[in-house]
Ligand binder design. Structure first.
Ligand SMILES: [Zn+2]
Ligand SMILES: [Zn+2]
Length: 746
């Protein structure tokens, strides 16, 4: 603002982004009594149509051409929640991802901050008398009231204020003697807010930085040059599993902190484990962890600390990119290829891409790290948009694990069965257990049988609400929809004709049973969302593997990442093809990533490592390249296919999904969007695919249709959306979802 409008007596107008599905900010009159207070970035309540809604003040002006301007009702919080940079960033998110500015602002400010949640209030007790008087009282109470004596002793011993609940347990007493002591004026009681910090109990011994290999040094030198320039820039750090990417992150962060700036580290939610946090705690204080499991008051506490510059490093999943650090120097996006960086609801932002935009606004540097970079990132690095950094070797001179591919079609032919565990994998498990080492078995599907049908009438057992096959969970004897979580009683026979049902498709529960049979002596630990239901089950499971209490670890993607156990010398991938069954142009990329990540869990020590990949399609290039640890070869082949088909990174994609309970309305709306797109395609270079039923045509009783539109650049996508905007509002019985740069094609 050039002027200081609060000193003038004329009218003042505010631009307000409301939390409604609208594409612009609205003008409101600022009542005189709010002139001196209201600033951009504050939350307000405003009239909107016939109701009142919350919104954010995004700008002030002394003049306005708007007519019939209504006045702001009230200011909800007298602090500026969002600064100018964040206003710019959220405006970009709203434009780029076709969302309302209010909604974009809303995901920047966490719930606990908006509602002013202050956490739980707890009573704290402290001595109100000096040491001599306390000792005198203890002697006095020893006989008459031993509980009071114990309370005073406990307070004397601790020497500081103590939460009353803890005091009660230490003195082994009820609340009443504490109250009596307070009433007599010997003990002082005060209510205070307490906020539990996630991972606060992780105390890590301080460790010095590790010495870098020549490769790491080379990469690090390039990074420091950029960091020291204090300008925007980005690098793709492509390092094989075990190549020491984390060490680079840690030392780069150190560099930024020494400049008085802050760093944000984004990791996929699933790898936000105590192990990950520990590695950072070993080097730095002042770490804030933003966790999906945090409650409002924890979030508020962390947010306030960050805003006041009390923490210099933020580690978190997707939304941590909005951490309000005042002087951002570095953003690290670890496992940048992960689809979980994309928010599945509006605004459908990708935290990786938001990181790049935020860094460019705030002159920070971005490192996109991965052993298997997304094709988009690889392409951007190869055309010079990002600096390309490679770590092609593991640290400590360790080789990459040797990978054997087992053709499961040959296996069934030769054994005349359809085994889950091939003869070769069985042999290697036996040998591994014989040496007292550990095996890790991976399968990306849980449950017992993933498909149930009736050979007599052809019925396939599906969820009543979704177009999805039900999975049989044998232990619970239920069939479960893995899409909407509905579960049903398992039928004894075909509900259509009474015939005998056929169960096939293998999930982790079935492999579990098979392994029990094959290796009754082995201690098997299964990690999937059916077994890991407790608060600490993950941590406990990792401890069991680390301490050697488990011989075989079996699991879903939960075990695919970040684990580092030197005694795991065998990895078996039960069925590598599962991602290839999914109708998605990224399925080959996902298969390659999955095999590489899981294979990377072994060979992390001198004991070496071996990987068995079981597959029905050994000739598929993603499986071939993953077995040879050849990312480059994979990327070349995949890019060629993408170029031919015009898919990203050679185009930008927008996906339109229309859903609703009335199929007629849904189809009609979808046809209308498609014809608007086809009209727009006359003036622009667009390719439109569809409308067609979505691959999962029904979810939660709602019919779903979709359209894909491909445009040459993101500017073209924006132009296209602007052109067809009038057709994108919801219609009766038809809800429209616009997903820019979609990662989920189902
Ligand atoms: Zn039947
Ligand atoms: Zn369902």
């Amino acid at each position: 603002m050039q002027n200081e409008p609060d000193k003038k007596s004329g009218p003042l107008f505010a631009q307000v982004a409301v939390k409604m599905p609208v594409d612009k900010a609205y003008t409101y009159l600022v009542p005189p009594e709010l002139h001196a207070i209201l600033k951009p970035g504050m939350m307000v309540r405003v009239p909107f149509g016939r109701k009142e809604v919350e919104g954010y003040c995004v700008g002030l002006a002394e003049t306005s051409s708007a007519e019939n301007v209504k006045a702001i009702r009230e200011i909800l919080d007298e602090q500026v929640l969002v600064d100018g940079n964040m206003l710019k960033l959220t405006r970009w998110i709203a434009d780029y991802y076709f969302a309302s500015w209010g909604a974009a602002l809303d995901c920047v400010v966490p719930g606990g901050v908006k509602r002013g949640s202050m956490g739980r209030r707890v009573e704290f007790a402290s001595l109100a008398v000096d040491k001599a008087k306390a000792e005198e009282l203890i002697a006095l109470y020893r006989e008459k009231s031993p509980a009071r004596a114990r309370i005073l002793e406990a307070l004397l011993a601790s020497g500081k204020e103590t939460p009353v609940p803890r005091l009660k347990s230490e003195a082994d007493c009820s609340a009443s003697p504490v109250k009596t002591l307070a009433k007599d004026g010997f003990v002082h009681i005060e209510k205070k807010h307490v906020v539990a910090q996630p991972f606060a109990n992780l105390h890590a011994p301080r460790r010095p930085h590790l010495e870098m290999t020549p490769h790491q040094t080379e990469v690090f030198t390039k990074i420091t040059r950029h960091i020291d320039a204090k300008k925007y820039g980005a690098a793709m750090l492509n390092g094989v599993t075990g190549s020491g990417k984390t060490e680079i992150y840690l030392q780069a962060i150190d560099r930024v902190l020494k400049q008085g700036r802050q760093a944000i580290v984004l990791v996929p939610e699933i790898s936000l484990t105590p192990q990950t946090v520990m590695r950072f705690r070993e080097r730095f204080d002042e770490i804030a962890v933003l966790h999906g499991m945090m409650n409002d008051s924890q979030r508020r506490e962390q947010w306030m600390n960050l805003k006041e510059g009390k923490a210099s490093i933020v580690i978190g999943a997707r939304s941590a990119i909005f951490a309000p650090v005042p002087n951002l120097g570095l953003v690290i996006v670890d496992e940048e290829h992960e689809s979980s960086f994309k928010q599945p609801r509006s605004p459908r932002y990708n935290a990786r891409d938001v990181a790049l935009m935020r860094a460019s606004i705030e002159n920070a540097y971005v490192i996109l790290g991965s052993a298997t970079p997304s094709l988009e990132t690889y392409f951007n690095a190869s055309v010079g948009k990002y600096t390309r950094l490679d770590l092609p070797q593991r640290v400590g001179g360790l080789p990459m694990p040797e990978v054997e591919v087992v053709d499961m079609r040959v296996e069934s032919r030769e054994t005349k069965k359809s085994p889950m565990i091939s003869r070769r994998l069985r042999e290697l498990i036996e040998a591994t257990l014989g040496r007292g080492e550990q095996a890790l078995l991976f399968l990306n599907r849980r449950g017992f049988s993933t498909h149930i049908d009736c050979p007599a009438c052809g019925m396939v057992l599906k969820c009543k609400r979704c177009d999805v096959s039900l999975t049989f969970h044998k232990k619970r004897n239920r069939t479960v929809c893995h899409y909407c979580n509905a579960d049903y009683e398992a039928p004894q026979s075909c509900p259509a004709c009474g015939g005998k049902l056929r169960y096939f498709g293998v999930g982790t529960e079935k492999v579990d049973a098979e392994i029990e049979k094959m290796f009754p002596e082995a201690r098997l630990l299964r990690m999937d969302s059916d077994t890991m239901t407790g608060r600490n089950s993950h941590e406990d499971a990792f401890k069991m593997v680390a301490s050697g209490e488990a011989d075989i670890l079996l699991g879903t993607q939960m075990i695919a990442k970040g684990l580092h156990f030197p005694r795991v010398t065998l990895v078996g991938i039960i069925l590598a093809d599962t991602p290839l069954f999914i109708p998605d142009f990224r399925s080959a990329e996902r298969a390659f990533q999955l095999i590489s990540q899981v294979a990377g869990r072994t060979g992390r020590s001198e004991r070496g490592g071996r990987v068995v990949v079981q597959t029905l399609r050994p000739e598929h290039f993603s499986i071939r390249c993953a077995a040879q640890h050849d990312y480059e070869a994979f990327a070349r082949e995949e890019l060629q296919m993408r170029r031919q088909l015009g898919y990203p990174p050679f185009s930008r994609l927008a996906r339109f999904v229309v859903e609703g309970t009335q199929t007629g309305n849904v189809r009609e709306k979808c046809d209308r969007i498609a014809s608007a797109l086809k009209d727009a395609a006359r003036d622009m270079k667009l390719r439109v695919v569809g409308p067609a039923p979505a691959p999962i045509a029904v979810i939660g009783n709602k019919t779903r249709y979709h359209i894909l539109a491909m445009a040459p650049t993101s500017g073209d996508v924006k132009k296209m959306l602007a052109e067809i905007r009038p057709h994108l509002s919801n219609a009766k019985g038809a809800h429209v979802i616009v997903d820019v740069d979609p990662v989920n094609m189902l």
